[in-house]
Design a protein around this ligand. Sequence first.
Ligand code: URA
Length: 192
Amino acid sequence: MEQLTQFTSMEELKEVCLQCNRCALRGGAKQVVFGRGNPNAEIMFVGEAPGKQEDEMGQPFVGAAGNLLDKIFVAAGIDREEVFVTNVAKCRPPGNRFPQADEVAACRPYLEAQIRLVNPLIIVCLGALATKTLINPQARITRIRGQWFEKNGRKILPTYHPAALLRDPAKKRPVWEDFQELMRVYRDMTTK
Ligand code: URA
């Protein structure tokens, strides 16, 4: 996989990412949605791809799923400005379809560079695409959500995507449990 190792700051990486034309998604999107938050965050959240509102505003998770994610953050005691939030695909797929493998592959170096630069203690995968991309292409979110994985010395926790909770409220409880587990392990790692 190509690596964008030459970037030493998030701002530099963002500048290049905003000019990206590596796959067909860019042609149908209004803008690239790079990600947002603390570039030195200890917890990073990775979603799927921008939706309509995100495409319009240039920010991740600002639509209905984002509103729910904000509520979960507040309930869990997470300050959105303290964490880093991004997506596997940085451009909105037409009609919000699932990003295709070649699009994910084209965008992946940006995600990998973001992870390298933020250097978080914990990555939370929001939904199936982030889980397959960052943990294992064969992974099934329904089977492995709430379980900890470790890659390159980083803890990774998969949970359901907030949009899935909007479709199926029965997923709210497991996600709430996953966030409590997240905060328990985070506090454990950061309180001496
Ligand atoms: N869904 C995502 O996966 N990401 C967003 O930014 C918005 C909705």
